[in-house]
Write a protein that binds this ligand. Structure first.
Ligand code: OFO
Length: 170
């Protein structure tokens, strides 16, 4: 049986991951609206990955005999100043998620909950990858500046991203 404080913290993290999914789905809609279908695809894949992150915590809580609580999800923004603005906000959001994961790791250590500590290692690696992906796209958008041709080329590249479900969710 999982510790109650740990359970509450994981339930809050399910909500954080669901909000991440909402945020990226909203960004996907924004990119479609401004005609950048490749950027929209990238964000749509990100939305699905965030749902997987939420479900990984959800399944884990059930496996540990915990109670899943689905808290209300707040409304994300629906407009950004530019693709660069959207990706800068994505990076800021991911830095916040990294802090949340680190808090969970600290709590698992404090509670001597080794199973949760081990489970969280996957999220630590995932956060490194997510921040790096965002940083790379931000750097490219800064280089591109106002060049429509550069944006068009990046859009074509981001259209190639495909969704790969997490093994545990298949
Ligand atoms: Fe975007 O990361 Fe979830 O955890």
């Amino acid at each position: 049986m999982i510790d109650k404080e740990m359970e509450e913290a994981i339930n809050k993290q399910i909500n954080e991951e669901m909000y991440s999914a909402y945020l990226y789905l909203s960004m996907s809609a924004y990119f479609e609206k401004i005609g950048l279908k490749g950027f929209a695809n990238w964000m749509h894949v990100q939305y699905k990955e965030e749902m997987d992150h939420a479900m990984k915590f959800y399944r884990y809580l059930i496996e540990r005999g915990g109670t899943v609580r689905l808290y209300g999800i707040k409304e994300p923004p629906h407009e950004w100043k530019s693709p660069l603005d959207a990706f800068e906000q994505t990076l800021e959001h991911e830095k916040h998620i990294t802090k949340c994961i680190n808090y969970l790791v600290d709590l698992a250590e404090k509670k001597k909950d080794r199973a949760t500590f081990n489970m969280l290692q996957w999220y630590i690696d995932e956060q490194v990858e997510e921040e790096a992906n965002d940083e790379e796209i931000i750097a490219r958008l800064k280089l591109i500046g106002d060049s429509p041709q550069g944006i068009f080329m990046l859009d074509r590249e981001l259209a190639q991203r495909t969704y790969v479900p997490l093994a545990s969710e298949e």
